[in-house]
Design a protein around this ligand. Structure first.
Ligand code: SF4
Length: 562
């Protein structure tokens, strides 16, 4: 937990496994080119996420008949649906994907089992909530919903009753209601179906909220579990605010509090929570504007606008050109920086096109692409033609789904294409321009660049997934999971070392290669650190991961003195 500026962010804040699983399923479908995608009800109650999904042509319908394009896919969301509605959906003739949370399915099974044995069911939850409607549908017509102990008092006597809870119910409310029902029943089964992630979230909130002057609960205003979390906090902390984004906060709210606790509902993505935490910290920092504070803000902008990544590409180009035996030339460095900047910026702008800040970066991105082509033209006609082709392909990447290409939707393609793009700009193009492609050292330099950038991209993807960024299986980590990603990264480190070892055996620039082997140590440290922590992608992560290119640049430059 980070306590910077007296602000603590809950460890348990962010997507629960059920919501995460449902979003992953939908993004997988979208990445595989299946469109349109209809979710039965909003996938989650969070405006920022539903806006992003809408931009990807993923919309919500209440019934299969409302789906305009019957060749699309219907997705059952994490909340689940009633067995009767499930039968209707299955008979709709549309392709159906079930993203019901396994913990909700467990609650369905518990209810069905006892209902079959003749038990009445009492559900402690919110009557109109989608999950509760689904649970009620499993009771074989002998179910009732109560919101808590007060409504439980009004229930009749039961001969056999099974008491279950909405998965996000507050435990004390559930047990208080269950106690009342038990006292007026002959046989009573208490089935606590509150899910484990909810229990963890509530327990952490109870510990932290009572020691905070201000609790900020982040999440959709229509999200039942976020509203319940806010209610729980109101019992414990002197001041509680429930917000969807940082835009709803004012400095007057966050400045007087000595300690602030930020928590969030199960449907709030980590990037929204991080934005809120960042705003609160920055606002509190501004109380005393310091030189380091200004520097930090500048650095954060430098990273988020891809300027740092562009310089990293130039650094790698310098290293590759040295490996290829080329004398220093500024044009290939300038080209790779502009090329990587433009593709990065345009791709990010497409990903963020529902956010207001999405348009201006796109203009910068296209301008950088045009400048990159001017530089390529100065390097010669054949360089220009090839650069124009690769730039066009890179800029068209965000439109890949329109092509319905299976190859572009394969797992891990984003990382592979990023590595190929960098390998082209940093290693291939300088060798191609200088007619050095047929040299063994050039092939090895290209291979080295591609491997290094692929590993960087996979590691950044891993930290993005920890942040709940909306990435799908085009990211290697999302496609293959942590075990295979670790294995792949180990293999990549081995391959990188092998490339350098081969260069050493052909006695190609031994001083330079020895220095790059030294640089490998930094890369190994980065890999060990990030795959043994669940760090979320941020300024620090991007700084440290891309720093490897600057370290290699310095080492490559120093090799001239050996
Ligand atoms: S809150 Fe619990 S039961 Fe509901 S979707 Fe999340 S993990 Fe599943």
């Amino acid at each position: 937990m980070d306590k910077e500026q007296g602000v603590t962010v809950a460890k348990s804040a962010g997507f629960c496994p059920g919501v995460k699983g449902a979003i992953d399923k939908v993004l997988e479908l979208e990445a595989s080119g299946k469109k349109p995608i209809y979710t039965l009800g909003p996938l989650i109650h969070n405006k920022q996420v539903t806006d992003m999904l809408a931009a990807k042509q993923i919309s919500s319908v209440d019934k299969p008949e409302q789906a305009q394009d019957k060749s699309g896919v219907l997705v059952i969301r994490a909340h689940g649906i009633t067995p009767a509605f499930r039968a209707e959906v299955m008979n709709s003739g549309m392709e159906v994907v079930d993203a019901t949370c396994p913990l909700v399915k467990h609650a369905h099974d518990v209810i069905s089992k006892y209902a079959q044995e003749g038990y009445h069911t009492v559900i402690v939850g919110d009557g109109g909530h989608a999950e509760v409607i689904g649970l009620l549908g499993c009771t074989q017509g002998k179910g009732v919903v109560v919101s808590g102990p007060e409504e439980a008092q009004a229930l009749p006597h039961y001969d056999k009753v099974n008491i279950v809870s909405q998965t996000t119910q507050k435990e004390s409310v559930f047990f208080a209601a269950a106690e009342i029902i038990k006292n007026k029943s002959d046989i009573c089964q208490i089935s606590n179906t509150i899910c484990h992630p909810t229990k963890l979230r509530q327990s952490e909130t109870m510990t932290m909220a009572k020691n905070a002057d201000l609790v900020i609960v982040v999440g959709g205003k229509h999200s039942a579990n976020t509203a319940r979390l806010a209610l729980l906090c109101r019992e414990l902390a002197p001041q509680v605010v429930h917000i969807e984004t940082e835009a709803e906060l004012t400095p007057e709210q966050v400045l007087p509090a000595k300690s602030i606790f930020i928590t969030a509902g199960a449907s709030t993505p980590n990037w929204v929570i991080n934005q809120v935490a960042e705003w609160v910290r920055q606002t509190r920092k501004k109380r005393g504007i310091s030189f380091t504070g200004i520097l930090q803000r500048f650095w954060a902008k430098f990273i988020s606008h891809s300027a740092y990544t562009a310089l990293a590409a130039a650094a790698l180009t310098y290293v590759c050109m040295k490996l290829e035996g080329l004398a220093f030339q500024y044009k290939p460095l300038l080209f790779s920086a502009l090329f990587v900047f433009s593709l990065n910026t345009v791709n990010r702008a497409w990903e963020n096109k529902t956010r207001p800040a999405g348009k201006l970066p796109a203009i910068f991105g296209y301008t950088a692409a045009a400048l990159a082509l001017v530089v390529a033209a100065l390097m010669g006609l054949k360089t220009f033609v090839l650069a124009a082709l690769m730039t066009a392909l890179g800029l068209l990447y965000p439109l890949r789904h329109a092509l319905k290409s299976k190859i572009l939707s394969l797992p891990g393609t984003k990382d592979i294409l990023t590595a190929i793009g960098w390998g082209f700009a940093c290693a291939f193009l300088p060798a191609f321009t200088n007619d050095l492609l047929l040299r063994k050292s050039s092939y090895l330099a290209i291979f080295y660049a591609v491997l290094l950038v692929f590993m960087r991209s996979v590691t950044l993807g891993f930290t993005s997934a920890n942040k709940d960024l909306m990435i799908g299986k085009e990211s290697f980590y999302k496609a293959f999971g942590i075990g295979k990603t670790k294995l792949a990264v180990m293999g990549l480190l081995g391959a990188l070392t092998t490339v350098l070892a081969v260069l050493l055996t052909i006695t190609w620039k031994p001083a330079l290669v020895a220095m790059l082997l030294l640089g490998n140590l930094y890369t190994i440290c980065i890999v060990i650190y990030y795959y043994s922590h669940t760090a979320s992608r941020g300024v620090k992560e991007e700084t440290l991961i891309d720093a490897q290119f600057f370290i290699l640049w310095i080492l490559a430059w120093l090799s001239r003195f050996i």
